[in-house]
Design a protein around this ligand. Structure first.
Ligand code: PMV
Length: 365
């Protein structure tokens, strides 16, 4: 059994009279899981370990302005603006999230906050934005703690806490804290791995994977019909849940070794199997549902055909949605780009795709 880190800290209380209004700003990327997290228990704990690619161009930029509260009430006081417009649905979600964090950051009860958040990708591009949005918020909160109390000087301690906090907002967000690749969930394959926070994996990544490309082909934009949290809970009654968790553990073992050895073929095989399994689990839940679209399937078939014809290491992955991620080595970008432009872009909404790649991780602005 692992022990949970105890981040509760009743000492983080402000002498509010001294507080100068100020702000913190973080840019944090999205990530794509290669071995997927699907199924959770307890307070945002994963049923199986996952490994992800940190992206670069798909990010959220979040600015948190704060000042001392004028009243003595202890509710969370915040307003949230998404692309300059007040967004009450997101505001409610963040209020609830912050209310759950007041034992860790008791000073949140003492300040008024205004949060401005923007995504680099268009609003309804169909990109799951919770990983970038929640990690950006978690990073802002840890920076805020450090600015106010000077408590998080050590970078590794800062990152671990940010990942723990991000996880409480959205499980996948825990992995966005680290550059390159990251692992969340305890596995004997990765020393120091934990269900409570993600750990960096970049220094284990073989040179063959450095600069890996991820073209995100937008087959269909707009919000999905079933949220990820509903999807996670449907796993509880899914008849394939247990064998799935065993498969994920096996895939983690093989993926960790493939990433260290530079073995693209094993990496790609696992990426594709995981993507198809994720959607198979959705389909086999009670009231099974489909998030793929006909063009998602066409693209996946064309990628496999292209790989067979050319021998190029090009593989697909999917998130919980219809858009297809195309993973390939940086060296073949010119060949693959022609394939995308000529054959795949016509299957995307308004020929739209995002050119992303293995990223450097979050940046404080
Ligand atoms: O972080 P959540 O609760 O939105 O779940 C995300 C789950 C997947 O994106 C489908 C897989 C993953 O590991 O990121």
């Amino acid at each position: 059994m692992q022990t949970a880190p105890d981040y509760n800290n009743p000492k983080l209380i402000l002498e509010t009279a001294d507080l100068e209004p100020s702000h913190v700003v973080w840019r944090s990327p999205s990530n794509l899981a290669i071995v997927k997290y699907w199924g959770k228990h307890g307070n945002q704990l994963p049923r199986n370990p996952s490994l992800s690619l940190t992206l670069e161009t798909a990010f959220t930029m979040t600015r948190l302005d704060y000042k001392a509260k004028e009243s003595a009430d202890t509710n969370i006081d915040l307003q949230l603006f998404f692309h300059d417009e007040r967004n009450e649905a997101f505001e409610e979600r963040v209020k609830k999230y912050f209310s759950g964090l007041t034992d860790i950051f008791p000073f949140l009860r003492q300040i008024s906050m205004s949060i401005n958040t923007v995504n680099s990708f268009p609003h309804s591009s169909g990109i799951a934005s919770s990983a970038s949005a929640m990690s950006a918020l978690a990073l802002c909160l840890c920076s805020l703690e450090h600015e106010l109390f000077n408590t998080l000087e050590d970078d590794a301690a800062f990152d671990q806490k940010a990942s723990y906090i991000a996880r409480l907002g959205s499980g996948s967000a825990s992995r966005s804290i680290f550059p390159g690749m990251s692992v969340w969930g305890q596995t004997s394959e990765v020393e120091g791995s934990s269900d409570y926070f993600a750990v960096p994996f970049e220094d284990k990544v073989h040179a063959n994977f450095k600069g890996m490309r991820d073209d995100i082909l937008i087959v269909h934009s707009g919000t999905k019909s079933v949220s990820s949290s509903a999807g996670h809970s449907l796993m509880e009654a899914n008849p394939f849940a247990e064998p799935r968790y065993q498969q994920a553990n096996r895939n983690m073992m093989n993926l960790v070794s493939a990433v260290q050895k530079g073995d693209w073929e094993t990496f790609g095989k696992i990426a594709e199997q995981e993507a198809l399994t994720l959607h198979a689990l959705m389909m086999s839940s009670s009231n099974g549902y489909l998030l793929m679209k006909p063009n998602s399937i066409k693209i996946m078939e064309m990628v496999r055909e292209y790989r067979k014809e050319t021998g190029h290491q090009v593989y697909f992955s999917l998130d919980a949605g219809p858009n297809v991620h195309l993973l390939y080595p940086e060296e073949i970008i010119h060949e693959v780009r022609s394939f995308v432009e000529d054959q795949l872009a016509p299957l995307c909404e308004e020929r739209y795709y995002i050119e992303d790649y293995m990223g450097e991780g979050p940046v404080q602005q």
